[in-house]
Every structure is written in structure tokens, then in C-alpha cells.
Design a protein around this ligand. Sequence first.
Ligand code: TXA
Ligand code: MG
Length: 347
Amino acid sequence: MKNTQYSQNKPDLTAEQQNQITAAAQILRKGGTVAFPTETVYGLGADVTNPHAINKIYQIKQRPTDHPLIVHISDISHLHYWAQAIPDSAWQLANHFWPGPLTLILQRSSRIPDSVTGGQDTVGLRIPAHPVALTLLDSLGPEKALVAPSANRFGRISPTTAAHVREELGAAADMILDGGACEVGLESTIISFHEQLPKLLRPGGIAVSALESVLDRPIMLAHNTSQTIRTSGSLPAHYAPATPLKIYSTKYLWDRTLALAAQGSRVLVMTWSDIGQSHPSDQSIQHFSMPADPITYGQQLYAKLRQFDQAAFDYMIIEAPPDHPSWLAIRDRLQRASYNPFDNKQN
Ligand code: TXA
Ligand code: MG
């Protein structure tokens, strides 16, 4: 069965949106950059065939040039054009989950410039499930595609609304297309077929169990994989707010929070379980209840981290999410966000 989960419940585009997309396509054809919505997070797009435009992306994001970019296409029939030696299992996943939050790392075709892949012989590809993204890609034609990293400065939280993109990039992008709040809210799941067997490089919008049930075999996890595969999302301090973020288990949450408050710190506490109902009434503690299911938690996470990061707390305390596979992507992002930015100069 094909994946239609994300694309069907979207309203049609308005005439105004169509006009905006036409203008965006013009900018991209001339080598400009356009931020656009996807179902996961907003991306900062440029023409994959234009190395000068790709350069702008690295500059705007302040991202090292050896960190490869994901190439976005609008139709599965274009896959052959950008990748080669595609394994059957990759086709299976693409057929089932595209359009959707899944990126496949495949052997690149000669049409992919070195600047896209950081010199690696592989390329990441996906079809985003968002009508604005798909219409934009379609209007560029089948021999074009868009590189699009998340539209944030390197190491920062990915934007899930057009307003977040403006906060991150200001006027640095030539245009920002507004497609509302992102439905998934976390980046795509990345699966590599580089060494033949499917391997998880980044947990994300599609659960590993869903991929495994389509493939009918287990997917290896990234932690024990080759260090030579560079994924910027796999650097420790990614997705980091500026406010120090700490993750505590449900059991110790209030004890640790009260200890910080007792030292005079202003603390924001984000919970998902019932423990939130028993929060201590202390003026220096502000509490926020997140949804207890991973889908809605994931939709809101970046927006909430961004919002609380601007509220000048001394600490953000997050209740550790459940140790269940359906929370894997959320645990991964919180883990990375919990590194103290002052200990880690790459931010
Ligand atoms: O949901 C998403 O994937 C969003 C939206 C905009 O599509 N994009 C996104 O791009 O998250 P970015 O650049 O922020 O993260 C892409 C990740 C990076 O960690 C990059 O290193 C990795 O994908 N990646 C891209 N191409 C790769 C390759 N050939 N081999 C290994 N990792 C790759
Ligand atoms: Mg990113």
C-alpha cells in the first residue's frame, strides 16, 4: 500500500500561494535560495545543479562544506536520474513511504555535484509530503531538484514555521514560502544503503518498526557504524537551544528541579507524564505539560524549545521520554540538545 498519510489531508493551494511558488521557482532558476515548508521541518532550498547556489546554502547556514545535503525530488520516477545501483529494498521503502519523512542514502549518479555530497559517492534523496514543496519541485521540471538542509543556522533547532525561519535566517534567504506549521515537526528518518544492508543513520518522522515491517527484516542502528559517514546531525551538540538543557528521569525530576531553584535559578520544566500534576509551587519554577504521545510531542517539541529558549530561563529541565522505540527520534534530539553549549565550541 502506498503512503498517503501526509499528503491527503492538506487543503488545496490558494491562488496567492501558487503565485508565490511561481516567483520562488524563478529565484531558484536564477541561482537564488528559497526557504520552503515540508512535512518535517522547513528547508532552505537551492538548485542541485548549480554549485554557486549550493555554496550560498553553506554560507547562509554557516555549515562546514563537508556535510552533505539532502536532495528533494517530486516523483519516484526521478530517482534513477539522481542515484544509481539502487537496491530492491530501497525501492520498496521509496514506494511505500514517499512522499513522506524518509531519506534514502544511495550511490549518487554523475549529475550530483561534489558540493552536494561533501565529496562522498553517496547522495541522500527524499520526496517531501507537502503540497507547497511538491508544487515548487514540479514547477522546476524533472531535470531539476532542490538541495534543502533544515533552514536554521548550523547546530541550532530546526524551524517548523515560517516565522522560525525568519528568526533563524532573517533576510539571508531570497524568499520564504509559508506553508503553515510542519505536520511531523522532526526531521526525516535517514536510512543508508551504502553498505548494501539498510542502516539507520538518523531516527526521524517514520518509526524504524514501520520500515522493518515493510522490508521484513531488521534495520541496523547507526551507533556501531563506520565513522567515515558524515552526518552533521550526528555531531553531539546539534539541535541545541542556548539555554542549558537537562534531562531527568521521572523519579528524580522534582528533586533536581527544586535543588536548582534553591540555588536561585529560574527553571522551566517540561513533562509528559502524570508527574506534571504534582509540580511544586515555587516562583522560580515554570511548568509546561507536553502531550504523552510521541506524534504530537514531536510536532510541538522544536517550537516549544524555541519559545522557552527566548524566555531567559537559567535551565530547561525535560522529563526523560519513555524508553520505547516510538520515542526514539525524540530521545535522540533531546539527547543532542542536552549538551551544554558552553562546553562545546561547535555551536
Ligand atoms: O526532514 C529533513 O530531512 C529536512 C527537510 C528540510 O527535508 N532536511 C534536513 O536536512 O534535515 P539537514 O541537512 O538539516 O540534515 C540532513 C542530514 C545531515 O545530517 C547530513 O549530514 C545527512 O542528512 N546526509 C545527507 N546526505 C548524506 C549522505 N550522502 N551520507 C550520509 N549522510 C547524509
Ligand atoms: Mg539540520
